[in-house]
Design a protein around this ligand. Structure first.
Ligand code: HEM
Ligand SMILES: [Cu+2]
Length: 575
């Protein structure tokens, strides 16, 4: 497909990847290309709208008027959070299933039908949002009832969700055939993680259909009314669920790329698998953390959710957060790559954008996205975060610093290993992950400060005041200046990725695995089964990771204490 792959396939349509050792079938490879490229188009569209949205929130520029702001914000959210991510995730399923298992993609025509539906849905949603006219409202991400959006918006959202369900079916069929033909074999960890991702995805997508089908019926007058409380509960099955697909897909990439590029060896596959299974049980309960300040939901449900259920998923995340760096440390020590406390980390291949993106994603997701998520997921602390810019800071730390950066890292390797092209503009590619995540980290921090210290609201085009009141946010202006400049730089960082990716596709030389530098473990075959001639991984020290864990714990404690202190200052108690 696209006629730009230099690879040759055997008579059955397979080829061997000399870098990963995977046996790849053309049916899956073509679809990975198609979905991956479409995702990048969505990233570009959403990124362009980021400029206008950020430059409106920076009052010095004040780009859009209130009427336009919500339309642009909705375009930003749907293209990035939904279309960029979900197209990419289907590609990841096809890598995690057929690629990793060395199989052809089952039911390939459904992959095409699914793609067609998703594309029609995505284009339709874009047009519907862009043409929104009163009395309809731009939907934002949440399209909360009873505010009406255009019926076309709901319709195309349904088409997209349906398409994604159809696109997931070939993955399930591939796994099913694998089980039929090899009943005794366990799935490799990456395929197992992809399988868990797909089950969470299916739950989320079905939740989305349960939400949007009645909403469409209501909008076109078939249903007289729709209960807003019901809507909010149902909506967050898909709203939260899609974020958990992002999370689990990102973690699968972390395992995959630290292994292929950095030589990581997971210390206990069993523990990592258990952590994936815990997600299945607990992650959906987290959906209620979006309703922590919602008066319609009972306090009992909120307490149960915050105090017990959510932590089942948090523990699973903590297990991965330990297992991945520990696997990297042990794997690299065993191969003699760096001693001392952190030698294994400093010596690792930071100049490889696939690798640096992965490590930056792990660190920044953990420290900025993860810690803030657990804090604001507590019923009490939620009161200081809810509906302020701090919330937006939190989720840009998860979906941008975490998922988007990890997806970019994977995309660098899809360009090389699937499209068979060597990167162009290598110096630019080398700094891109650092530049993008560094500036974006600043953006998220500023959003958090603005929200927590000044209570600047989210989703608000008029920044320095609240219209109709005496209220002024003047004191926050310096933070907005840093935010605005960092946002512009972050957009440049995103554009750098697109320039390298598109340039590579159009002008890249043929990728030569024999001479190219791939991480620093060379041509490590994923299929090598760990029987290389190096020291046993289990005998390696993991003290570096242990120290990092203590630093993480300390940060967690300090930030939580600080947040409770800020909460205690919110209201004066007593005379
Ligand atoms: C350079 C990159 C980016 C910048 C500068 C940026 C900036 C912003 C700003 C200023 C807002 C509006 C805050 C408000 O007024 O409430 C926003 C909202 C949002 N952004 Fe981004 N963003 C970027 C990338 C992304 C990416 C990559 C994603 C998803 C993967 C994303 C997802 C969202 C979502 C879901 C919203 C909220 C929409 C809503 O409230 O309904 N952003 N962003
Ligand atoms: Cu959530």
């Amino acid at each position: 497909m696209f006629g730009i792959s230099p690879y040759e396939y055997d008579d059955d349509g397979f080829r061997d990847c000399s870098v990963t050792g995977l046996r790849i079938h053309r049916s899956a490879e073509d679809m990975v290309k198609l979905y991956g490229l479409t995702a990048i188009v969505a990233l570009v569209v959403g990124g362009i709208f980021a400029i206008a949205v950020a430059m409106t929130r920076w009052e010095l520029v004040g780009m859009l008027d209130p009427g336009q702001f919500y339309t642009y914000l909705s375009m930003h959210a749907w293209n990035l959070l939904i279309f960029w991510m979900v197209f990419m995730e289907i590609a990841i399923l096809y890598v995690g299933g057929p690629f990793v298992l060395g199989r052809r993609l089952s039911l390939p025509s459904l992959a095409k039908v699914g793609y067609g539906l998703m594309l029609v849905g995505a284009v339709g949603v874009n047009v519907a949002i862009f043409l929104t006219k009163s009395p309809d409202n731009a939907p934002l991400l949440t399209s909360y009832v009873p505010l009406p959006s255009s019926w076309q918006f709901y319709l195309f959202a349904i088409v997209f969700l349906l398409g994604a369900v159809v696109a997931a079916l070939p993955f399930f069929a591939t796994i099913w055939w694998e089980r039929q033909e090899n009943p005794g074999k366990t799935l490799p960890l990456v395929a197992f993680g992809a399988f868990v991702t797909s089950i969470i995805a299916l739950e989320a997508l079905l939740g989305g259909l349960i939400t949007y089908v009645p909403t469409l019926a209501w909008r076109i007058g078939v249903l007289e009314s729709l209960d807003p409380v019901w809507y909010r509960q149902m909506y967050w099955i898909v709203g939260h669920g899609t974020q958990q697909i992002n999370l689990v897909a990102m973690i699968v990439i972390w395992y995959f790329l630290t292994h292929v590029l950095g030589g990581a060896e997971v210390a206990s596959q069993k523990v990592s698998r258990i952590a994936f299974v815990m997600y299945l049980f607990f992650i959906n309960l987290g959906a209620a953390h979006h309703l922590m300040s919602d008066p319609a939901v009972s306090a009992g449900w909120r307490l149960w959710n915050t105090s017990y259920s959510a932590y089942g998923a948090v523990i699973a995340s903590m297990i991965h957060a330990f297992a991945i760096p520990a696997g990297l440390e042990a794997g690299r020590r065993a191969k003699g790559k760096g001693g001392g406390l952190f030698g294994w980390l400093w010596s690792s291949p930071w100049r490889d954008p696939g690798y640096s993106a992965t490590i930056l994603s792990i660190i920044l997701f953990g420290f900025l996205g993860g810690i803030t998520g657990v804090m604001m997921g507590q019923m009490q602390l939620n009161m200081t975060w809810h509906n302020t810019l701090a919330t937006v800071g939190h989720f840009h730390a998860t979906v941008v610093l975490g998922t988007t950066v990890a997806f970019m890292g994977l995309a660098y390797y899809v360009l090389r290993l699937v499209f068979g092209r060597e990167w162009v503009l290598k110096p630019l590619a080398r700094i891109q992950p650092f530049f993008y995540s560094g500036t974006m980290a600043l953006v998220t921090l500023m959003m958090m400060y603005l929200g927590l210290l000044f209570s600047v609201p989210r989703r608000h085009p008029s920044v320095m005041d609240i219209p109709g009141t005496e209220f002024s946010f003047e004191a926050a202006a310096p933070f907005f200046a840093v935010f605005g400049i960092a946002a512009l730089l972050a957009i440049v960082g995103g554009a750098m990725f697109v320039v390298v990716a598109v340039g590579t596709l159009l002008f890249g030389d043929e990728f030569d695995a024999a001479t190219a530098k791939i991480g620093d473990v060379g041509r490590l075959a994923a299929a090598d089964g760990g029987d290389e001639d190096h020291e046993p991984v289990h005998e390696q020290s993991m003290r570096g990771t242990f120290v990092l864990t203590l630093v993480f714990l300390a940060t967690f404690v300090v930030l939580t204490a600080l947040n409770w202190y800020l909460l205690s200052n919110t209201w004066q108690i007593g005379p």
